[in-house]
Design a protein around this ligand. Structure first.
Ligand code: GDP
Length: 197
């Protein structure tokens, strides 16, 4: 599936602007700078399909990509940008919750966590939001290349323990690197299983 062409087809700034629900959808979320754009580009084999915003925390839109006519990938705005105004943060929560709750085609959220960074309250807040919205989410560690193997294993165990405390969390935690491609085949396989046959 991930060898198929992937194309950007829609950007939504407001919840009443979403494209009509069609293919199964996988949304990607995480803190600003977690490596979300790099991961989406790496998964789909594009160099610049998803772009990191030059002003993090500013571009609050949902970007939709269609993959091989079988799956839609949704790039959610990064959260947790320290300098974002309170109103921007509340906007994010509102838009995300409305999207998560009301999207019949949404199969899963891939929630990214940086292997090098401690888990923050904004991350566990996002998990709680997903629990409340009853959307299954899979935790994926990014930038695995930047951490020594024993530290990465400890981080993975920590995140697996966290997953067990969230009813909507998928039990499997994957470790990935957009630099080396580690974990990408596993993540592609997990997502392809959710695509239209
Ligand atoms: P986004 O804001 O979540 O979309 O994050 P980006 O994909 O723009 O990445 C943020 C920063 O992390 C950039 O400087 C990337 O080069 C770096 N980065 C992203 N993925 C990796 C990775 O797998 N390994 C390493 N070492 N750095 C990464």
């Amino acid at each position: 599936l991930f060898a198929q062409p992937c194309r950007f087809f829609f950007a939504a700034q407001r919840i009443d602007q979403l494209p009509p629900p069609a293919l199964p959808e996988i949304a990607f979320a995480g803190r600003s700078n977690v490596g979300k754009s790099s991961l989406i580009n790496g998964l789909t084999g594009h160099k610049a399909l998803a772009r990191a915003s030059s002003t993090p925390g500013r571009t609050k839109q949902l970007n939709f990509f269609e993959l091989g006519g079988r799956l839609t990938l949704v790039d959610m705005p990064g959260y947790g940008y320290a300098e974002a105004a309170k109103a921007v943060k509340e906007d994010w929560q509102g838009l995300m919750f409305d999207f998560l709750r009301g999207r019949p085609t949404l199969q899963r959220v891939v929630l990214l966590l940086d292997s090098r960074v401690e888990i923050k309250k904004t991350d566990t807040d996002a998990m709680a939001l997903l629990d409340r919205a009853a959307v299954i989410f899979q935790l994926v560690l990014t930038k695995a290349d930047a951490v020594k193997p024993p530290k990465l294993a400890a981080k993975q165990a920590e995140v697996e323990a966290l997953a067990r405390r969230h009813p909507a969390a998928h039990p499997e935690v994957l470790t990935t690197s957009s630099e080396t491609g580690a974990g990408m085949p596993e993540l592609r396989a997990a997502l392809a299983a959710l695509a239209e046959p």
